[in-house]
Design a protein around this ligand. Sequence first.
Ligand code: PRP
Ligand code: URA
Ligand code: MG
Length: 210
Amino acid sequence: MRTLLADHPLVTHKLTLLRDASTDTATFRILTDELVTLLAYEATREIRAVPAEVTTPVGIALGARLADPKPLIVPVLRAGIGMLDGMTRLLPMASVGFVGMVRDEESLVASTYANRLPARLDGREVFVLDPMLATGGTLVTVVSMLLDRGAAAVTAVCLLAAPEGMARVEAAFPGDNVRVVTGAVDERLNDKGYIVPGLGDAGDRLFGEI
Ligand SMILES: O=P(O)(O)OC[C@H]1O[C@H](OP(=O)(O)OP(=O)(O)O)[C@H](O)[C@@H]1O
Ligand SMILES: O=c1cc[nH]c(=O)[nH]1
Ligand SMILES: [Mg+2]
């Protein structure tokens, strides 16, 4: 696994507002949307492209266009849905698959309750969206599902990560075909598996407690 800490001042500024316990749901959604576009800029740095010529009003320019097959975006339900619009705005040609995961509040073990992924992903680049990388159980499961289907490279875009989760993902995927891009790596997990200082429960802050 490779890690990219995207600690650009704008990212840190928006993350600071996001962390604030007094930030309301409407503002939290807007900040999440803005943050994902900033993180996506870093996350797509290695996206495959091929040379392409274009005729300008003045001449021929040599540019580039994204290569086929087009990438897949996978938001992890529920909280990852809050990052989907920002990502598809930058990659409108990408298709979108869905995985639903929930962590047991006591055991912290993540289980899969929804899977709408293509049967095969041979040669595809995949971008996983999940705001929180805590114990890493959720991300290890999702990345395994994608690599098992043949994905060529998986990049997870997270707003916040804990060192414990980073270490677990690194141990599970030592190769360089898995990357994590995050806005910050916080201090630790607390005894309830929450990131400290973190921002609380991202799903609840985006969509309310259920
Ligand atoms: O790294 P982990 O320890 O596995 O924890 C991270 C996961 O926990 C949260 O999901 P949650 O289970 O709260 O579901 P939700 O998105 O529906 O709120 C979060 O959105 C991540 O998916
Ligand atoms: O701090 C945390 C940890 C897991 N999931 C969250 O939403 N927040
Ligand atoms: Mg939650």
